[in-house]
Design a protein around this ligand. Structure first.
Ligand SMILES: NC(=O)c1ccc[n+]([C@@H]2O[C@H](COP(=O)([O-])OP(=O)(O)OC[C@H]3O[C@@H](n4cnc5c(N)ncnc54)[C@H](OP(=O)(O)O)[C@@H]3O)[C@@H](O)[C@H]2O)c1
Length: 239
């Protein structure tokens, strides 16, 4: 299921690799102009080169920005407005995971997760909402996790951020549904990326393109309908 996104503009955070890059590629394929961000300039530039090999450079914008920093999010959203004059789709994908027991988890690691996975999403939504409301019919898609409903040992910081994100996402949906802004939370299980240094190449894992496909399905729903939460699992996880 897909729909033409021609003339639409999307912002995908944390899109220098992994799920975010796959989503950016898919939205460009479907016709949108796409802005991406990440903290590491070299990784971001490599992602940008990859995208402009496949799509017109005029439809791609890469902005170095750390979503855990409000000033950088403000600059990011202003860059999107300056370049494209509108925003139709915000995909809050940037996220980090450090998996240790609470006793071993440092305050810095705790803050890295909460500040990016939760506060970063709030910052992006807060700053982008004026543009999204102005678009008439727009979307915020938050990339949560099955770890947002299922706690596990070593996951306290990550679980807290993703449980929080699910609650935030559902309240956001209720707050802004009558502004023409639809909000979904996509909650994947294990995806084949470098996330949390888990290593790639495991054939049973969900592929980043499968999550990009999920996002495309959500965007293709008729305007009257909203899928507000999606749990995406590997069908046969390693035992
Ligand atoms: N992989 C999984 O199994 C899995 C499962 C469920 C949910 N998720 C969620 O999916 C999302 C994407 O994960 P992934 O697997 O694609 O991870 P990934 O391969 O590690 O990619 C993460 C991306 O986010 C960027 N990023 C991290 N912190 C950022 C920040 N503060 N500001 C801006 N960009 C930032 C990274 O670039 P820089 O480091 O250069 O900033 C990178 O581009 C995350 O929210 C994650 O929690 C992943």
């Amino acid at each position: 299921m897909t729909q033409s996104l021609e003339g639409k503009v999307a912002l995908v955070t944390g899109a220098s690799k992994g799920i975010g890059l796959a989503i950016a590629h898919r939205l460009l394929t479907d016709g949108a102009s796409v802005a991406i961000c990440g903290r590491n300039q070299a990784a971001l530039a490599a992602a940008e080169s990859q995208l402009v090999r496949d799509f017109p450079a005029a439809r791609v914008l890469a902005v170095q920005a750390d979503v855990s920093k409000l000033a950088e999010v403000r600059r990011l959203v202003s860059s999107v407005q300056d370049r494209f004059s509108r925003l139709d789709v915000l995909v809050n994908n940037a996220g980090v995971g450090v998996f240790r027991s609470v006793g071993d988890l440092s305050p810095e690691e705790w803050h890295a997760m909460l500040d990016t996975n939760l506060s970063g999403v709030y910052y992006c939504c807060h700053e982008a909402l004026p543009l999204l409301k102005g678009a008439g019919s727009s979307f915020i898609i938050n990339i949560g996790s099955l770890a947002g409903r299922n706690a596990f040992a070593g996951g306290a910081g990550y679980n807290a951020s993703k449980f929080g994100l699910l609650g935030f996402s559902e309240a956001l949906m209720l707050d802004h549904r009558y502004d023409g802004v639809r909000v979904s939370c996509v909650m994947p299980g294990s995806v084949d990326t470098e996330f949390g240094h888990s290593g790639t190449g495991k054939p049973w894992k969900i592929q980043p393109e499968d999550i990009a496909d999920t996002v495309a399905h959500l965007l293709a729903m008729p305007e009257r309908t909203l899928i507000s939460r999606v749990e995406v699992r590997p069908s046969m996880p390693a035992k």
